[in-house]
Design a binder for this molecule. Sequence first.
Ligand SMILES: Cc1cc2nc3c(=O)[nH]c(=O)nc-3n(C[C@H](O)[C@H](O)[C@H](O)COP(=O)(O)OP(=O)(O)OC[C@H]3O[C@@H](n4cnc5c(N)ncnc54)[C@H](O)[C@@H]3O)c2cc1C
Length: 221
Amino acid sequence: MPTQIAVIGGGAGGVAMCLKLYDQISQKIVNNNSGEVVAEITVFEKAAVVGPGLPYSSPYKCHMLNFPKKIMMGVFDSTALDNAAEPDNGSVEERETIYNSYQETVFPPRHLYGEFLANRAEQVQKAAKKIGVVINFRKGTEVLNVKKLSENQLQLETSTEETFIANYVVLATGHMESSRYRELKGSKGYHHNPFDAKKALESFDPKKDVVIIGTRKTAID
Ligand SMILES: Cc1cc2nc3c(=O)[nH]c(=O)nc-3n(C[C@H](O)[C@H](O)[C@H](O)COP(=O)(O)OP(=O)(O)OC[C@H]3O[C@@H](n4cnc5c(N)ncnc54)[C@H](O)[C@@H]3O)c2cc1C
């Protein structure tokens, strides 16, 4: 039986987890020509795409990375993966070229980084297959509950009413909503959470005053 690893959340953290697991397993398995599946990694992502997560989904050009792209890409660099991955339709490379082509700025729009992460996810999925590691992306699937069944078995309940048994579960669910001012939720004009940025901005009347509570990165965005 292959080891079952469930990753909850397919943002930057979930993709990084897949890359790290791939790196570690590939160091142990040099050749797996038997076709035997040694591990299965299932990433559950409630959104329709794996990669961008919350921060890199904004479509706006003015929402830029807050670290230089060199550092951001460096974090996800995996030489082993680059050597093993063979993009079969050129799309992975094409999209990465777009990201790199933002030469004029070291802080490109965040959505480009989201595409970069989505490419990395596709690449690691292909590369992993060759060493007997199956990576499944369950897009549009929210994990609602995790129950411990035994010392090494956990049961996941999902929004698609499927139950899934895993030996390991990794939480990569990202930012939680603020627990403050919850009582205002649903009040006209109140936005508890600025994301999804597009939806929030579209609902503002430009003739009215806006109060932003908080002064850091998200407020500046
Ligand atoms: C506005 C903003 C801008 C940022 N900009 C930068 C930056 O420029 N550079 C930088 O280094 N860091 C930045 N960060 C920090 C950022 O948090 C990390 O870079 C990184 O994106 C965090 O990744 P994550 O996977 O932990 O979370 P996320 O990217 O948020 O991913 C979590 C994912 O889990 C999914 N999810 C949550 N719950 C469930 C569930 N129950 N079932 C299934 N799926 C679920 C969500 O849909 C989401 O896709 C920024 C953060 C914010 C909020």
